[in-house]
Design a protein around this ligand. Structure first.
Ligand code: BES
Ligand code: MN
Ligand code: ZN
Length: 508
């Protein structure tokens, strides 16, 4: 089967992502590059994190660091200027107009600085020092995350050696809370970058079983129970949705279940991630243009797998179960058809109006399964609707929830994580459109408000007593443009930091 021998076997394994070493340092040491901040308005700005050691290095060379300011870098977080000292490049990044050092501004600024350093071609491995005067755990964590997330590169599928990246990142600081911030950032950033890698892999190399095996390998050394249901087990248990969506592919579907159950956990959080390894649209075939990015349609599954490992590595005291329904939506003589009636895990029958609605079908099975565990909260995450992208664009994800308390909990988590979500309603009008002429539910209603109908459809599979939130990441999961801040082009890893922050809120 495709993917089993590709160049040399070491080109495709679960250890693809190589993040630079990151540690707390007290001085410039052997750094090749240093990132400092510039805060204030363009007319009245000051340097942030310019240590006395750095100032005297500059003075010895007869150069003033204030030259960075004269380039007009001030209030804006995405601005950057450079200055060369002998053997050391100084990169000044904008930190915002005020001096409050908001974590997300720090995360972005660190990302902008590191990206600028790594964008220079033909350089040797860089030893980067980031000096942005971060002090609290949250600030240091944000700086370290920004730097690590900006260091991510997809290792090309080629025999050519990889371009040199960052060798190490030092964060200037001293306190214990700095250590803790860096340790947390290592864990969260690795999760985000592993998920980016899975999402960037081409669909010939990452079918449903391949992703399940990637997850198995990735979780091997974590304290997480791992289980995969194959097509026979899915059949036996009654997962008619996952089987139907996967039926057109030569590569059969899977359902991955993870369970992290630490001692002393009082709350139970269940995560569900859409894992369509390629969404052709099926018999409702997509256009050539919209097929281009459809390998990203498993970003939700990647997110819940990666987040669960990070939650375990952080040692959070919350019981977390994750479900990743994995299928490839293709066309063939055995593919499911528009107008087929499918039977979901909980017995609900669904009229398949449009085979391109495959996401909500596999999620229905997984949500019904999650519901049977009776957790305190269920959160699903999915590249679900183009309608959500139309509503919120490519950088803000949709949030639909059972009630405002659940929604607010997610929004709080997203705020600490530095990810943007906007709540959309599940309207009575959307619910009214659910019944089908031939089955319990139909999978699609009219064109308008597509993200809301999808939310109403998913909610059917979750008990009213369980808090539930649905994250539609169709827009922000994939960056079709160029890299910005700490976000690379292509797969972004959207949502993972929010899921980790949510588990942190629910941890004892
Ligand atoms: N995977 C797509 C949604 C999507 C679109 C993700 C663009 C990322 C970028 C989903 O399966 C889909 O095809 N949704 C349809 C639903 C429609 C048929 C009701 C859509 O949005 O067009
Ligand atoms: Mn689709
Ligand atoms: Zn899809």
């Amino acid at each position: 089967m495709a993917g089993q021998s590709f160049f040399d076997s070491d080109h495709f394994d679960s250890g693809r992502v190589v993040l630079p070493e990151i540690e707390l340092v007290r001085g410039l040491g052997k750094a090749t590059d240093v990132v400092i901040g510039i805060a204030g308005s363009p007319e009245n700005s000051s340097l942030v994190g310019a240590s006395s050691e750095l100032k005297s290095r500059a003075a010895k060379a007869g150069i003033s660091l204030n030259q960075l300011i004269s380039e007009g870098v001030g209030g804006k977080v995405d601005q950057v200027a450079e200055l060369d000292l002998p053997g050391l490049r100084v990169v000044g990044v904008g930190l915002g107009a005020d001096l409050d050092l908001d974590p997300e501004d720090l995360r972005r600024a660190a990302g902008v600085g590191v990206r600028r350093i790594l964008s220079r071609q033909g350089t040797t491995k860089r030893r980067i020092l980031v000096s942005l005067d971060a002090n609290t755990t949250a600030q240091v964590r944000a700086v370290a995350e920004g730097a690590l997330l900006a260091s991510y590169r997809f290792r090309k599928l080629t025999r050519e050696p990889a371009a040199p990246g960052a060798e190490s990142i030092g964060i200037l600081g001293s306190s214990r809370s700095c250590q803790q911030g860096i340790a947390a950032a290592r864990i969260t950033s690795r999760a985000v970058c592993v998920a980016r890698d899975w999402t960037n892999l081409p669909p010939n190399l990452l079918g449903p079983n391949d992703l399940a095996e990637q997850a198995r390998g990735y979780l091997k050394d974590a304290k997480i129970e791992f289980e995969v249901l194959d097509e026979r087990a899915l059949e036996k248990a009654g997962f008619g949705g996952i089987l139907a969506v996967g039926s057109g592919s030569a590569r059969p579907p899977r359902l991955v279940r993870l369970d992290y159950r630490p001692r002393g956990a009082k709350k139970h959080l269940t995560l569900v991630g859409k894992g369509i390894t390629y969404d052709s649209g099926g018999y409702n075939l997509k256009t050539a243009e919209s097929l281009k990015t459809m390998k990203c349609d498993m970003a939700g599954a990647a997110a819940v797998i990666a987040a669960t490992r990070a939650i375990a590595d952080l040692g959070l005291t919350v019981h977390v179960t994750a479900y990743a329904p994995l299928a490839e939506s293709m066309i063939s003589g055995s593919a499911y058809r528009p107008s087929d009636v499918l039977r979901i895990f909980d017995g609900t029958t669904v009229e398949n109006i449009d085979s391109d609605c495959e996401g909500r079908i596999v999620l229905a099975d997984a949500l019904a399964r999650a519901n049977a565990d009776h957790p305190d909260m269920i959160v699903d995450i999915a590249t679900l609707t183009g309608a959500c992208m139309v509503a919120l664009g490519t950088q803000v994800a949709g949030l639909l929830a059972s009630d405002d308390e659940a929604a607010d909990r997610l929004l709080d988590a997203a705020e600490t994580a530095g990810e943007e979500f906007w709540q959309l309603p599940i309207t009575a009008h959307a619910r009214k459109q659910l019944p089908s002429e031939v089955a319990d539910l139909r999978s699609k209603a009219d064109r308008y408000g597509g993200a809301l109908f999808a939310g109403a459809f998913l909610q059917h599979f979750v008990d009213e007593k369980i808090a539930w939130a649905h994250l539609d990441i169709a827009g922000p999961a994939w960056n079709a443009g160029t890299a910005h801040d700490y976000v690379p082009a292509q797969a972004t890893g959207m949502g993972i930091r929010t899921l980790i922050a949510l588990a942190t809120l629910m941890s004892d």
